[in-house]
Write a protein that binds this ligand. Structure first.
Ligand SMILES: [Zn+2]
Length: 552
C-alpha cells in the first residue's frame, strides 16, 4: 500500500508491521493480501466491491517454438478472488512483452504453477511462481495457498513459455498442492482483445494521443484515465494530464530517455464531478468508482474499481503498459493500491509530486514509501520492498554504498517501520518537496523502464530472414536503439562466435570476401552503459539480435 502524504496512524499499520499476522488482525480482515512491489501486507476491511481483483501478470508466449528472434505474444491475466476460489476474469494479449525479462524465480516451491498443456493432455511447459504479489486468501478460504514474502518481484510478471506453432493448448493454473485453480484455452485469448476504433468505442470514449514517440511495440505506453470528470470538464482533464506529462519528462528515467514513452489520455464521461468520500457520507456517480477514505477514514489514500479501469483501458488502447487514474476532486490523496493496474490520485494538488511518487516510484520502480514508523513495532524478518531493508549490513542498495556514492547509507525508518532506507532525505518516496530519486531508487526506475522498453528497437535487415551474400557482395546491417540524451549504447559484433568489432557505430558491413561459402552467424550485442545503473543482474540493459548468413 502506498500513500502520497503523511503516514496513517491506523490499526492497519500495527497489523501489517509484523511478519506473522496477529490474530486480532485476521479476525477483522475480510481479505489479506500482500504485494511484493507494494510493500506491507494490507488489511482491507472495507473493500466495497466485495470481490478482490488482481493482476496476476503477463505471460510471454513466443509465437513459435524457438525461433532466433521473433515477436512474442503476451497475456495479462486478471484474476478474481471470490469465496469460492479464483477465476480468470479477463485477459488481454500484449504485443510487446520483453523477452525473458524479470522472470520469477523458477522452481520455487510455494506458490502457483502455470502449465501449458497440449491438446493431448501432456504438459508442454510450466513455470512455478513463488511470487508474493499474487495473493493471500487465508480469510476467504482456508484451502487457498499462502504465498511467501521472501521474493520481491515485479507486479507485472513476464514469463516466457514456449508453445508449439499451430498448437491450441490450454493454460492451467495449479496451486502448490497440485489442485487446478483454473484453465483457459489459449486459442480463446484473442477473443477478448479489442482492437482498433471499434475497441475504443466499446470503452465508451476515444483515446487521445498526447505524446507519441514511436511504435507501441517498442515503447512504454502510459494511459491517463479521467474519473469524476463530466464531459464539460474534459478540457480540465487534458490540462491535468499536460501537467503530469511535464513532470514526467523532467524526472528520471524519462529525463534521460524521453523517447521511451508514448502517452495517451482517455477522458471518460462521468455523471458527476469528484469522487466518493464515504466517511463524510458523500457518494458520487463516476465511471471508475474512485473513492477517498480507503482503506479507512482519513488515510489520505484512495482507490477505484480495478476491473472497470482495466477493461476500459484495454478496450480503448489494447497496447497500454501502464495506466494512471486522475480523479477530478480537490482533496489531496493518492495511492497505488495493491494489484491495481495503476495508481490513482486527486488531480488538484501537487501533480508533479504525485506523478513521480505514485507512478514512477511505486508502480514503475516498485518502491515503497520511506516514511517513519507510526507505531512502536519491531522489525519484520525480511525486506518486502527494495528500498526498505531489515538489514543494515546488506541492504539491496549496498553496491551504491560500496561505490562511495555520497549520501548513501542506512538510515532508520522506512515503510512505516523501523527498517532502513538508502538516504536521509534525498528521495521523493520520503520527502514531498524532493522531486527526484536517490541513486538506488533511480536505478530501480531505470530498470523498471527497461523491463518494458528494450535497448534494441529494431534491426535492418530483419533478423528473422536469412542474409544471402553472393561473391563480391557486401551488406550493411543496421540496428536502431533507444536514445539517451547523455550517452550512447555500445555495440559488439560477433561473427561465428568471434568478436568482430566493438564501438558506438550502430551498423556493421559484412563483406562476402571475408567469409567462406556456407552458413554463418552474425550477432550483435547492445549494452546501454548508463551511469544510473550499477547493478543489472537480469541484464535489462543488454539486448541482442542475430542473423543467419548464407554465403554462396
Ligand atoms: Zn507513497
Amino acid at each position: 500500500m502506498r500513500c502520497s502524504s503523511s503516514s496513517p496512524r491506523t490499526r492497519e499499520s500495527r497489523c501489517r508491521a509484523t511478519s506473522a499476522l496477529p490474530s486480532a488482525c485476521q479476525r477483522t480482515t475480510a481479505v489479506t493480501w500482500m504485494a511484493a512491489s507494494h510493500g506491507p501486507r494490507l488489511m482491507l476491511r472495507h473493500w466495497r466491491k466485495s470481490a478482490v481483483w488482481l493482476l496476476l501478470g503477463a505471460l510471454t508466449l513466443p509465437a513459435t517454438a524457438r525461433p532466433p528472434i521473433q515477436p512474442s505474444r503476451g497475456i495479462d491475466l486478471l484474476l478474481q478472488a471470490t469465496p469460492a476460489g479464483i477465476e480468470i476474469a479477463a485477459y488481454r494479449s500484449r504485443h510487446n512483452p520483453p523477452r525473458g525479462v524479470a522472470s520469477p524465480p523458477m522452481a520455487v516451491a510455494p506458490g502457483l504453477h502455470l502449465e501449458v498443456v497440449s491438446t493431448a493432455g501432456s504438459v508442454i511447459e510450466w513455470v512455478a511462481l513463488g511470487d508474493p504479489h499474487l495473493l493471500l486468501f487465508d480469510d476467504l478460504s482456508g484451502a487457498r495457498p499462502r504465498l511467501g514474502i521472501e521474493e520481491v518481484a515485479e507486479r507485472w510478471l513476464r514469463i516466457p513459455l514456449a508453445i508449439p506453432a499451430g498448437a491450441t493448448p490450454e493454460l492451467r493454473i495449479r496451486d502448490q498442492r497440485g489442485e487446478i485453480w483454473d484453465s483457459v484455452a489459449l486459442s480463446d485469448l484473442s477473443d477478448l482483445t479489442p482492437s482498433g476504433d471499434g475497441g475504443a468505442r466499446r470503452g465508451g470514449a476515444a483515446v487521445e494521443p498526447v505524446l507519441i514517440n514511436g511504435d507501441s511495440a517498442q515503447r512504454l505506453d502510459l494511459l491517463f484515465i479521467g474519473d469524476g470528470y463530466r464531459e464539460a470538464e474534459w478540457p480540465l482533464f487534458r490540462d491535468h494530464v499536460a501537467t503530469c506529462v511535464t513532470a514526467l519528462l523532467g524526472a528520471e528515467p524519462f529525463a534521460t530517455y524521453p523517447t521511451a514513452i508514448n502517452i495517451w489520455q482517455l477522458p471518460l464521461r462521468s455523471a458527476e464531478s469528484g469522487a466518493d468520500h464515504p466517511c463524510d457520507g458523500i457518494q458520487r456517480q463516476t465511471r471508475l468508482d474512485a473513492t477517498y477514505d480507503w482503506p479507512a477514514c482519513r488515510t489520505r489514500m484512495m482507490s477505484y474499481n480495478y476491473l472497470k479501469a482495466w477493461l476500459i483501458a484495454t478496450a480503448a488502447l489494447p497496447e497500454w503498459d501502464n495506466l494512471i487514474v486522475l480523479v477530478n476532486d480537490p482533496e489531496r490523496a493518492g495511492a497505488m493500491p495493491p494489484f491495481a493496474p495503476g495508481p490513482v490520485y486527486g488531480a488538484y494538488d501537487d501533480l508533479r509530486y504525485l506523478t513521480i511518487h505514485e507512478w514512477v516510484g511505486h508502480d514503475l520502480a516498485g518502491l515503497m514509501d520511506e516514511y517513519d514508523a507510526t507505531e512502536d513495532v519491531g522489525p519484520i524478518g525480511l525486506p518486502y520492498a527494495p528500498n526498505c531493508s531489515a538489514s543494515r549490513l546488506f541492504p539491496p542498495w549496498q553496491h551504491w554504498i560500496r561505490a562511495g556514492e555520497p549520501g548513501m547509507g542506512t538510515f532508520r525508518n522506512c515503510a512505516f517501520n523501523n527498517l532502513y532506507r538508502p538516504t536521509a532525505d534525498a528521495c521523493i518516496m520520503r520527502e514531498s518537496d524532493v522531486y527526484a530519486f536517490d541513486p538506488f531508487c533511480r536505478e530501480r526506475a531505470v530498470k523498471g523502464l527497461f523491463k518494458v522498453v528494450r535497448p534494441i528497437l529494431g534491426a535492418e535487415p530483419d533478423p528473422g530472414e536469412p542474409l544471402l551474400l553472393g561473391p563480391g557482395e557486401t551488406v550493411e546491417i543496421w540496428v536502431e536503439t533507444l536514445e539517451a540524451v547523455d550517452h550512447k549504447p555500445v555495440f559488439t559484433w560477433w561473427l561465428d562466435g568471434e568478436n568482430a568489432g566493438e564501438g558506438y557505430l550502430p551498423w556493421f558491413e559484412l563483406d562476402a570476401a571475408s567469409l567462406d561459402p556456407g552458413i554463418h552467424t552474425l550477432a550483435v550485442k547492445v549494452h546501454d552503459p548508463t551511469a544510473m545503473v550499477l547493478k543489472d543482474r537480469h541484464h535489462l540493459l543488454d539486448d541482442e539480435r542475430s542473423w543467419e548468413v548464407r554465403r554462396f
